[in-house]
Ligand binder design. Structure first.
Ligand code: BDP
Length: 511
């Protein structure tokens, strides 16, 4: 079998492989040349992250060690991940420190709320939820970024909550954030602050909260500004707050949604997979600023499509190829981590002010009203399971802890390749995002290789919401998965040679 395949490839008659005319046109010849990168960055072990609405804590049993299935899915994704809690609903959460604590005053913007996308109801977090979260983090090995309410709260409330969180979560707490997407506060769809409120107002208020927290938790660390899109705020925030925080500001953060909203007809799988040149440009600017100041940059929230995701795209295999590619692109640019947003649709829908644009756009029954982009489906009363995007994140996470190499891909159409090396060899992730054409790929490294194997990431199609496999295996019940098909790859003349079919990815392991 292998010999026959080799012969066919050498003879350049790959057409015969599929036995149908026109196959030669349907494949791209492509080559990945890998070289050492003098400044090759180590992808942090805790690169992979998930982001959830803070309101998820209003159900204290969710992030709990006894939620065994959720623990298993987190552990399968990474043994060292970072959970970020925040989102729109974080501006409506309040910590009931004890029975005498009263709810905060809910600020409701004046005028027509139809065009407003915020929850306008409060979510109560009791100490037990934080205690359970501690058990969950211990069981998963994950650490936490905790988003404090900045929208409907006071510095004193934030300080009381932070003190409890810091005391109970100790070493599992990475840092606090204050507020979610403050660059959108003055917009009609958000309304957390009045029109005209801007960056200077933000930093003025932010420092008041941060100082109150530090008065109670002197060792508290912070990340920010957790903006939706304004990368200029990131640098300005870093510049100003670093000076005031005396080492307390440890990370710069922002969000990225590739597409949206789901009811915009221009939002398509094709456009998602074409990639977005703005990402690299923005990250490069932010990274240059952060690195010069020994700060880290983390993408603390994002996904394929804002406003809850688009059915048929965000919950389908296309999102797996998008996420794997996107996570490794950001790693190659020096980002220290990516948190993909998701969770239970009840809280995601609340974070959209009850709107369900994805559901409305689908015009057909869906299992949930929003949150189509969630990596782990965990609807109340339902079975916890991995969505297609989860598999793409698994591929990216396979390079965590390794040193990135330079991977130049020539040919291949709409495809990307990333390489990283570690004590056990080199790993190359190749994403063929072209829905129609396969790749005839060779991979070369400076040191050559003796053997090569591959895990395939595939599915029945880009729009498939089921039937995704990685290394021949689907993630089974209770988050159980192990590679089933570790495919031997031909090594000839110092190069690994393989086909990467249309709409699939391969993780090639060279040794
Ligand atoms: C972000 C919010 C998050 C939303 C998400 C979305 O932080 O709470 O759920 O957008 O639009 O802006 O899906």
């Amino acid at each position: 079998m292998v010999n026959r395949r080799r012969f066919l490839l050498r003879a350049g008659v790959a057409t015969a492989l599929l036995g149908r005319p026109g196959f030669a046109n349907a494949t791209h010849q492509a080559e990945v040349t890998i070289s050492d990168k003098p400044d090759g960055r180590v992808i942090p072990l805790d690169y992979t992250g998930l982001s959830y609405e803070l309101s998820q804590l209003s159900e204290p049993g969710f992030f709990a060690a006894r939620n065994h299935d959720l623990v298993a899915y987190f552990r399968l994704l990474s043994n060292n991940g970072v959970l970020r809690l925040g989102g729109n609903t974080s501006e409506f959460c309040w910590f009931r420190a004890d029975v005498s604590t009263e709810a905060p005053k809910l600020h409701v913007p004046p005028g027509n709320l139809e065009a407003n996308w915020m929850p306008h109801r409060l979510f109560e977090i009791v100490p037990e939820a934080i205690d359970n979260l501690g058990g969950f983090l211990e069981a998963t090995g994950w650490r936490l970024i905790y988003g404090l309410n900045f929208g409907n709260s006071t510095p004193q409330r934030a300080a009381t909550e932070a003190a409890y969180v810091a005391r109970r979560l100790g070493k599992y707490l990475e840092y606090f954030q204050i507020g979610n997407e403050p660059d959108l506060y003055q917009k009609a769809s958000n309304g957390t602050r009045p029109p005209g409120w801007g960056f200077d107002d933000y930093t003025g208020e932010w420092i008041g909260f941060a100082r109150a927290v530090r008065a109670r938790v002197p060792e508290a660390r912070f990340g920010g500004p957790d903006v939706a899109a304004s990368s200029d705020w990131v640098a300005r925030f870093g510049e100003q707050e670093m000076a005031k925080m005396d080492g307390g500001l440890v990370a710069l953060t922002g969000h990225y949604y590739a597409e949206g909203p789901p009811d915009d007809p221009r939002v398509t799988t094709e456009r998602l997979l074409a990639g977005d040149a703005r990402v690299a440009a923005q990250i490069e600017t932010v990274e240059a600023f952060a690195e010069a100041r020994s700060l880290h940059y983390r993408m603390t929230e994002g996904n394929s499509c804002y406003r809850g995701g688009k059915p048929g795209m965000s919950n389908a295999f296309a999102a797996a190829l998008w996420a794997g590619d996107y996570m490794l692109l950001l790693a190659s640019l020096g980002c220290v981590g990516v948190n993909v947003h998701g969770g239970d649709s009840r809280f995601l829908t609340a974070g959209l002010g009850g709107h369900t644009p994805g559901l409305d756009a689908a015009k057909q029954p869906q299992a949930m009203p929003s949150g189509f982009y969630t990596p782990i489906a965990s609807e109340r009363g339902g079975v916890v399971h991995a969505m297609p995007i989860f598999y793409g994140m698994m591929v990216a996470n396979a390079l965590a802890g390794m040193t990135m190499m330079d991977a130049k891909l020539r040919g291949g159409g709409n495809a990307t390749a990333y390489a990283a090396t570690g004590p056990e060899g080199t790993r190359v992730a190749v994403f063929n995002k072209d829905g129609g054409r396969g790749m005839d790929l060779s991979i070369r490294t400076p040191r050559g290789m003796k053997t090569a194997t591959a895990w395939r990431l595939c599915a029945p199609g880009l729009d498939a919401t089921e039937g995704v496999t990685l290394a021949g295996a689907a993630v089974g019940e209770h988050g159980v998965w192990a590679p089933k098909t570790v495919e031997p790859i031909a090594v000839r003349d110092g190069a690994a040679r393989l086909q990467v079919p249309a709409a699939s990815a391969a993780l090639v392991i060279l040794s």
